[in-house]
Design a protein around this ligand. Structure first.
Ligand code: F6P
Length: 321
């Protein structure tokens, strides 16, 4: 067998994963590798289930959301002999390098696997949450931001017509990167994220002040990780004179055709990942740093918490007066 690259997509899907699969496959082939796509996240490594990817078989997928390899959340991979089994699968298939496309949980799995194998394990950050340390942006984030912005622009129309307050819940169980950027781009009157606890009293005060200024409609963008948004809607309604409605955007944010930016990032990250495998580098991730595609230490990326710029909350507040 010749030189071989494996690909796995793991954790929550993100628009642009297919663009990354396509680019790893085509660039890998151009550099003399055959490429195997492991199916259903880490499960594909546990069960040695893969499909052979060729430049032709990845045709027509750059514009598709989701992942043709399917994905799973598989926390057990790091326990009960999972990574040992994964390493065995890499060895059986003579894998020189494995490209792991996913978020922080997938990177932790990749790091654990890298400790059991000599194959190059390279992380490509892809999650709508944009919460992977070492990269300014993850594949899929831009698409999710645009999806949420498009939905909120529509919600704003009805909010203004009815002079209502809308709480719009966006994804982000642990982090508020998506909510922050979406809030800024939609002129949200309030942005609620897990990293910055805001009291009900503060939210009600801002809404009341706006109402006194003649701004009776409002958008509150809340990350899913702040707690119960339905309770929040009820509480705000009882503390203000406004009608409050809740709209949960949910999984629509995870799907859809990737934006040009998500496709570009996926393609450039993939190129760098294959490059690192060609150089025999291991335990690396790729990332965007100040506009440049960079190599990142996988352990750093997997173990550190990405900082969020809370000053942007102040910016958003000034912009929404
Ligand atoms: O990791 C991306 C994400 O969409 C989070 O924002 C969200 O909390 C979570 O996945 C939902 O996970 P699941 O797909 O397991 O329901």
């Amino acid at each position: 067998m010749g030189k071989t690259i494996g690909i796995v997509t793991s954790g929550g899907d993100a628009p642009g994963m297919n663009a990354a699969i396509r680019a790893v496959t085509r660039i890998g082939h151009a550099k003399g590798y055959q490429v195997l796509g492991f199916m259903r996240g880490w499960d594909g490594l546990l069960t040695n289930t893969y499909k052979r990817l060729t430049p032709r078989s990845v045709g027509g997928i750059i514009q598709q959301g989701g992942t043709i390899l399917h994905t799973l959340r598989c926390p057990s991979f790091e326990q009960e002999g999972g990574t040992e089994k994964g390493a065995e699968t890499l060895s059986i298939n003579d894998i020189d390098g494995l490209v792991v496309i996913g978020g922080d949980g997938s990177f932790r799995g990749a790091l654990a696997l890298s400790q059991q194998t000599d194959a190059s394990i390279i992380g490509v950050p892809a999650t709508i949450d944009n919460d992977v340390y070492g990269t300014d942006e993850t594949v899929g984030f831009d698409t999710a931001v645009n999806t949420a912005v498009g939905a909120i622009d529509k919600i704003r129309d009805t909010a203004i017509s009815h002079e209502r307050i809308f709480i719009v819940e966006v994804m982000g169980r642990k982090r508020g990167f998506l909510a922050l950027e979406v809030g800024l781009c939609t002129g949200a009157e309030v942005i609620l994220i897990p990293e910055n606890i805001c009291t009900l009293h503060d939210v009600a005060r801002i809404m009341d002040e706006n109402s006194k200024k003649g701004k009776r409609a409002g958008i509150i963008v809340a990350a899913e990780g702040i707690g119960s948004t339905s309770q929040l809607a009820a509480d705000i309604q009882s503390q203000t004179e406004s009608e409050v409605r809740l709209s949960i955007l949910g999984y629509a944010q995870r799907g859809g055709s990737p934006t040009a930016r998500s496709r570009l990032l996926a393609s450039l990250f993939a190129e760098k990942a294959v490059d690192l495998i060609c150089q025999g580098m291991s335990n690396k991730a790729v990332g965007l740093q100040n506009g440049t595609i960079a190599e990142v230490d996988l352990e750093m990326a997997a173990k550190n918490k990405k900082p969020i710029d809370l000053r942007l909350l102040k910016t958003a507040e000034m912009l929404s007066t």
